[in-house]
Write a protein that binds this ligand. Structure first.
Ligand code: SF4
Ligand code: SF4
Length: 346
């Protein structure tokens, strides 16, 4: 019997919730009596927290975009795809829509009622998302006041419905297909990473051979089995990931098993439908859901956590991690140069 996993501090969910709240609050923030963030296209005036940009300041806007792009490159070379897993709108809204779906399915009967409530909640969130986004381009207070009785202009109606539909389709239905097939950053990110960039990794030396077991067996450390050599560990992991090629895996006595319980929890929670035990994969968005799921299992069995963890390939192989690499230095210098130019002209 598998012991119940104790609850953990869900810090990733808290980060997601904070970022979503920040987005919905953004158009409501005020600065010197005006909307703090407003891209007023008809008036050709952009308000950025007290900084007002006019058409002749378009260079400043491009500079800000270049600074953000350089920061993202620097973050990717140093920390991998943390943006994808923790701050990308596609990840945040897909997570929110999944949470609504799970809550409705768990709490409501019959299933037809759960489906109806789910779709109504999705539609409400999508509509509010569209209004919030358009509220960054058209003053939010008159926009919300004009919702009912309907007083929106044709363009406001079009863009609110456009963004609401995009949120509803991308987060409700397309989900990981957007990351796999549509996102340009997902194509570029692997080129910015190397063996020193952290990825979500499975510790095959400690985990293999995987398998269900009786209660009472300690971890490999507690039993004194220790870590496998790298070749045997990758061989076991490869065989388990490719049963059609390698044939059914052999049965091992409980005391020869590694720490992977083969419970499947890491696979069930993966939004990209990956099995982290098959090795680092280009579609992994480093959301850490498998890390949390596996740590919960490890706590339940009183094994050390970290069977699935965020680490670089070099760290996993016991080699020191290099922080300063050519790509990191190039991104750092570009960012410093852009900030220097910006400060000079301000
Ligand atoms: S493998 Fe883990 S970190 Fe990667 S996408 Fe799946 S759950 Fe997220
Ligand atoms: S959650 Fe951990 S113990 Fe369970 S199958 Fe995944 S790696 Fe193995």
């Amino acid at each position: 019997m598998t012991p119940a996993a104790p609850p953990a501090l869900r810090w990733r969910a808290l980060v997601w919730a904070a970022l979503l709240m920040l987005f919905y609050a953004l158009p409501w923030l005020r600065w010197n009596g005006r909307q703090a963030l407003l891209f007023d296209l008809p008036a050709r005036r952009f308000d950025l927290f007290g900084l007002t940009l006019w058409p002749q300041d378009v260079g400043v806007l491009f500079g800000l975009v270049a600074v953000l792009a350089c920061t993202l490159v620097l973050l990717t070379t140093m920390a991998g795809r943390v943006w994808c897993g923790h701050a990308c709108p596609q990840t945040l809204w897909s997570g929110l829509f999944r949470w609504i779906e799970r809550s409705a399915t768990r709490r409501l009967r019959p299933p037809a009622l759960a489906r109806l409530v789910k779709h109504l909640a999705w539609a409400a969130v999508a509509l509010w998302t569209g209004i919030t986004f358009v509220g960054l381009f058209s003053p939010i207070q008159p926009l919300v006041a004009g919702f009912w009785p309907a007083r929106w202009s044709g363009w406001e109606t079009f863009w609110v419905l456009f963004y609401a539909t995009a949120a509803w389709a991308n987060a409700g239905f397309l989900r990981e297909q957007v990351c796999i097939d549509l996102c340009p950053y997902a194509r570029v990110a692997p080129m910015l990473c190397n063996a020193d960039t952290p990825k979500v990794c499975y510790d095959a030396r400690r985990a293999e051979p995987r398998g269900a077991r009786q209660l009472g067996q300690g971890s490999v450390q507690q039993r004194g089995r220790g870590l496998l050599d790298p070749t045997s560990a990758s061989d076991y992991a490869f065989r388990a990931a490719h049963p059609a090629l390698a044939g059914p895996p052999p049965r091992f006595a409980d005391d020869r098993l590694g720490d992977c319980l083969d419970c499947g929890a890491c696979v069930q929670v993966c939004p990209m439908q990956l099995d982290v035990r098959a090795g680092p994969q280009p579609d992994c968005i480093a959301c850490g859901a498998c890390v949390d799921a596996c740590d919960a299992q490890m706590r339940a069995w009183r094994f050390p956590s970290g069977l699935v963890q965020l680490a670089s390939e070099n760290e996993m192989q016991g080699r020191p991690r290099r922080w300063l690499r050519p790509r990191t230095l190039a991104a750092l210098l570009s960012l410093a140069a852009l900030l220097g130019i910006g400060l000079h002209y301000l």
